[in-house]
Design a protein around this ligand. Structure first.
Ligand code: LMR
Length: 396
């Protein structure tokens, strides 16, 4: 039977990791996958995570199953982080949060939940969106359509076009948003625009779903939850897929959560049972090492403060790099305008290069990124930025 299977190409983002690893050029640069890197090019374990892991190791007495909810303290702390301590949906018990294996796990559980609730639902994602969104929703048997989002000419938001498309959505539609640090384009709506988007969701009756993969990387932990909190305040229903991969730098531990807001407490309790039934058929119960670490951090005033400092440092380093890149590109005499890099946020931006230019960067300069020319800004440092700019100048 397995003989019928043909090899498939690796996921483009994951394929870059392997291609970069196999390259022996000492000047090689990996601008592909979205992991934070420090000025030495490393992705260190955060201090707060090291501390919490020590505490976990010395206090954990069993590896027995914890059940489908996983670590309860993690779920409640994540809920507070996302919806705020004073969120009305929490006061009225209208939300349930369940840990998942990473943000991808949360998206897949959310997609399965939508499929179970409304098999013919149409899911709308921004054009462009994270490539895996398409794969995840399609694998759950849903159709993914797109709404206008990124203006490639001006490297900005197509706000009016997006709003016209959202105005035409209604019950039966799910609209997927990136809470902050849009992946791949780095462009987000302004706070006032989020307010209008949430009003439209409430008015038109479509179900908002928010992917929160970079909370803390755009403006701050509280600020980056704005979109979620506005939808929660204005709409009867909402699905939120969150990831701790980036903001706790626990990538390989697979730490994430799905939160579902329903019209009332009873419906939220019912929906949680559906989530447990879906995950039981998939991975049965979630892993708890990473969520145990995050639980400890978020419940310790000292570790939480340390974590907030570490997130701020990561955000500020990326913003500093954005500014530095723009300045150095100008200083190198490159005429093409890259000033948009400084107006965008998070790890990613599009460089606006052709596929041919991306291939030349890879083949002639060992600089690796995906064909769309999305780059991970956090990959730059003092040792590679000049080489990158020389190479960019050469391919332009
Ligand atoms: C990315 O877009 O590079 C990250 O979200 C990591 C991934 O899994 O693709």
């Amino acid at each position: 039977m397995l003989d019928h299977l043909e090899a498939v190409l690796p996921d483009p983002i994951l394929g870059i990791i392997a291609a970069h690893a196999a390259d022996s050029n000492p000047r090689k640069i990996d601008l592909g996958i979205g992991v934070y890197r420090d000025e030495h090019g490393n992705t260190p374990i955060l201090q707060c995570v090291l501390e919490a892991e020590r505490i976990l190791d010395s206090t954990q007495t069993s590896k027995s199953y914890l059940g489908p909810r996983g670590v309860p303290g993690f779920n409640s702390a994540m809920q507070e982080l996302i919806f705020g301590s004073a969120g009305a949906v929490r006061e009225h018990n209208r939300v349930r949060t369940v840990q998942t294996p990473g943000g991808t796990g949360a998206l897949r559980v959310g997609a399965d939940l939508i499929k179970a609730a409304s098999p013919d639902a149409r899911v709308w994602a921004s054009d462009p969106t994270w490539a895996n969104h398409n794969a995840i929703f399609t694998a759950a048997g849903l159709t993914l359509e797109s709404y206008p989002y990124f203006d490639r000419q001006n490297s900005s938001l197509r706000y009016d076009d997006m709003m016209s498309t959202l105005q035409e959505r209604g019950p039966g539609d799910v609209v997927l948003f990136h809470a902050c640090c849009h992946n791949p384009c780095g462009v987000s709506p302004e706070p006032g625009q989020w307010e209008t988007i949430a009003d439209i969701a409430a008015e038109r009756g479509f179900l908002p779903m928010v992917d929160v993969a970079y909370q803390g990387f755009e403006r701050g932990i509280e600020e980056d939850a704005l979109a979620v909190r506005l939808f929660a305040e204005k709409c009867p229903e909402l699905i939120v897929a969150s990831s701790c991969s980036k903001n706790f730098a626990v990538y390989r531990e697979r730490v994430g959560a799905i939160s579902v807001v329903c019209a009332n407490d009873q419906k939220a309790a019912d929906v949680e049972t559906v989530i447990h039934s879906l995950t039981r058929k998939n991975y049965s119960m979630p892993p708890t090492h990473g969520t145990g670490i995050v639980d400890i951090i978020l419940h310790s005033a000292e570790l939480r403060a340390l974590w907030l400092d570490e997130v701020t440092a990561m955000r500020e380093r990326i913003n500093g790099l954005r500014q530095e890149l723009v300045e150095r590109i100008v200083a190198a005499g490159i005429e093409q305008d890259f000033s948009f890099l400084q107006r965008q946020t998070g790890m990613f931006s599009f460089l606006g290069l052709s596929v041919e230019q991306v291939r030349r960067l890879r083949e002639q300069y060992s600089i690796y990124t995906v064909d769309s020319a999305r780059v991970n800004i956090a990959s730059f440092n003092d040792s590679n930025i000049d080489y990158f700019i020389e190479s960019l100048k050469a391919v332009l």
